[in-house]
Design a protein. Structure first.
Length: 241
């Protein structure tokens, strides 16, 4: 039985991916089970005493239960972005995949929500631990800069761990935008899971509902900030203005 962890930095669209994998035979596909955003944030800040213990407590029994029932375990989560090393240690035969979404769409999403607004209700929510509590450096004063920094920082955190993985555990990078129209079964086949037929995602959120216009309509100031803060990571993952 296979164990697959798909590590992402946001939830938009990733739920649709998990729902598509539900249709794969003999597969338990979960979307961010046993949420631990706070632990993920504390681990990022180096304030978590035993990261490996968190994974053992939150995932080991769940994965073992799936395998005992003859099921592959596939998890797509934005709560585990700092736990790549621990996942490979607790599950030495697992495959870990870095799911990347265009950072500019991530920025549009964040600017349309309560991220970095100082909203007290939001700051008390679980979601804030994957957003505001990552605490951008003081140099980033406006919301656009902070959301750009967040996407860039999370990609760098995931990438820095992925390159240290043993080859057998590194499932590489997949781009969310390419998955929208592709047959997902080819990825499952690469991970050792026989799908016995095609798999497709259902239509995901429509980004034209965002308050911020498409990045192709951004002004010079917005583009300049985006390029300065996350331009290198965008290019690394094949995204260009």
């Amino acid at each position: 039985m296979q164990t697959i962890f798909i590590v992402s930095s946001g939830r938009s669209g990733s739920k649709a991916l998990s729902e598509a994998f539900v249709d794969a035979p003999y597969t338990l596909s979960l979307h961010g089970p046993d949420k631990f955003e706070k632990a993920n944030c504390l681990n990022y800040k180096g304030k978590l005493k035993s990261p490996k213990k968190i994974i053992i407590n939150k995932r080991k029994q769940l994965v073992e239960m799936a395998h005992t029932r003859g099921l592959h375990y596939v998890e797509n989560s934005w709560f585990i972005s700092t736990f790549v090393k621990e996942l490979s240690e607790v599950f030495p035969d697992c495959i870990i995949v870095h799911l990347v979404r265009d950072g500019r769409d991530f920025v549009r999403s964040g600017m349309s929500r309560k991220w970095f607004t100082g909203n007290k209700k939001f700051l008390n929510s679980e979601s804030a631990w994957t957003r505001d509590h990552w605490t951008p450096p003081a140099i980033h004063k406006d919301r656009l800069s902070k959301v750009c920094w967040l996407w860039n920082e999370q990609q760098e955190v995931i990438h820095s761990q992925m390159i240290k993985l043993p080859e057998k555990n590194n499932g590489g990078v997949i781009h969310f935008e390419k998955l929208i129209t592709e047959d997902l079964s080819k990825y499952m086949e690469q991970w050792g899971i026989n799908c016995e037929g095609p798999l497709y995602m259902k239509k995901v959120n429509v980004t034209n509902n965002y308050k911020v216009p498409h990045w192709s309509e951004w002004n010079v100031r917005q583009i300049g900030k985006c390029k300065k803060i996350m331009g290198k990571s965008l290019e690394q993952h094949g995204y260009k203005f």
